[in-house]
Design a protein around this ligand. Structure first.
Ligand SMILES: C[S@@+](CC[C@H](N)C(=O)[O-])C[C@H]1O[C@@H](n2cnc3c(N)ncnc32)[C@H](O)[C@@H]1O
Length: 224
């Protein structure tokens, strides 16, 4: 059992981990799924003080949650994803590989409820809205307006979280993150960022930086 081996060895090569997935999901791994090593250091940050309830926003094939759950058995990892096939696959692997502390739910980010989570992981789930080269399949509509709506929603929901919440972002722009989160560490040339929320929303001017969003869209939009 691959996840059992990860529990014991604490790290395994991605090619070996990805063997839990069918071929078409393995094919997406390098570009779209968090590597075992990144998931390990991100989950170590999230769970280093006490058992945590962690949400992966846009969990894909569940790789971040499976690695985190294997390495931190007293923490709970939940994943939400808009794609039903990823959620069905993740729940199937959870049973097959016996990972009781990982769970997956089909949900759009616009419906998510972050209440009760003390750790959040976010790997740039909205890029496919503005960049056709980032799309996983042909089910997602490319739309700058939706990119802005989703980004604002994420920002507002993060803003509501209580002090002490931890956040990890991977290949995600800083404008998604309210200033009530303090940046503690960066890794991988700044692509992996660890934050701690240490201000309540009313204690800071928490405006979303619209100019940064527009600059990002100008630079990174590749439409068909
Ligand atoms: C880059 S992948 C990250 C996968 C996973 N977090 C990991 O690290 O292995 C982004 C995921 O976000 C999902 N996603 C995109 N838009 C979403 C939305 N509006 N609501 C929920 N999930 C979404 C995609 O289906 C995709 O699986």
């Amino acid at each position: 059992m691959i996840i059992e081996k990860l529990r014991i060895q604490k790290n395994i090569p991605d090619e070996e981990f990805d063997a839990i997935y069918p071929f078409e999901i393995r094919e997406l791994s390098e570009r779209h799924w968090t590597s075992v090593y990144v998931a390990k250091i991100a989950s170590n940050f999230l769970c280093n003080q006490r058992p945590m309830k962690v949400l992966d926003i846009g969990s894909g094939a569940g790789k971040f949650c499976f690695v985190g759950a294997a390495l931190h058995p007293s923490s709970e990892f939940h994943g939400i994803d808009i794609r039903e096939n990823f959620i069905n696959l993740s729940n199937h692997i959870k049973d097959e590989q016996r990972v009781p502390n990982a769970s997956f739910f089909q949900q759009d980010v616009l419906e998510m409820n972050l209440k009760g989570y003390d750790g959040i992981y976010f790997f740039n789930s909205f890029q496919e809205k503005i960049d056709v080269s980032s799309s996983i399949d042909n089910t997602s509509e490319v739309s700058v307006e939706q990119y802005i709506t989703y980004t604002k929603h994420l920002f507002n929901e993060l803003n509501k979280l209580p002090r002490g919440t931890k956040l990890v972002t991977y290949f995600s722009e800083g404008f998604c993150v309210p200033n009530s989160f303090r940046l503690l560490e960066t890794h991988f040339h700044g692509e992996l960022k660890f934050y701690l929320k240490d201000l309540e929303p009313h204690e800071f001017n928490l405006l979303l930086n619209e100019q940064d969003i527009n600059d990002h869209i100008d630079k990174h939009t590749f439409l068909p």
